[in-house]
Design a protein around this ligand. Sequence first.
Ligand code: S3P
Length: 187
Amino acid sequence: MPNDLLYLIGYRGSGKTMVGRSIAVRLGWQFCDADVVLEDRFGTTIREIFAEEGESGFRAKESIILAELSLLDRAVIATGGGVVLREENRSLLSTGFVAWLTADAATLWARIQGDSTTAARRPALAGGGIEEVERLLAVREPLYRSVANIEVAVGALSPERAADAILAAWTSSGRKPSGFFSSSSPE
Ligand code: S3P
């Protein structure tokens, strides 16, 4: 592994940002939300990019940002839920340790509905609703699985406990991250 990088992958609503922030604090690493970096870089929202350039326009930008982030060192990177769709992105993810946050469609849909940034940042990709989640998960789960070093079921876990599970699995994998972290933290 050339750099100390942790990628968090998983569907919308799986908690990549909150879990990623928690891990970054505990490692003393920087945290990057790839969607936020993309919006800052291109000076527009993801919703606008989808509206003006379609999903393919967004995916091209997403790959540019991921290639840049893959050069970082000592960074936790929360990726967009569709990052695994492009082969070049799946290849870039091999520059780090990849943790896949999983939950069932009903849990993800409930979390997405409870997230106030959804309307502004997340376009409907296939009509919306839990049917969209089910349909896209069917396509994406094999892709998430193909790049993941570990899989963490987050359904019943707080972000702190999900961070614990990832850090424990990472260290026991023999690809221990540099930097200080404690094996657990308060709720
Ligand atoms: C997408 C998920 C979003 C964002 C974009 C597309 C997807 O990221 O990248 O709206 O295809 O699932 P989050 O998973 O952070 O919401």
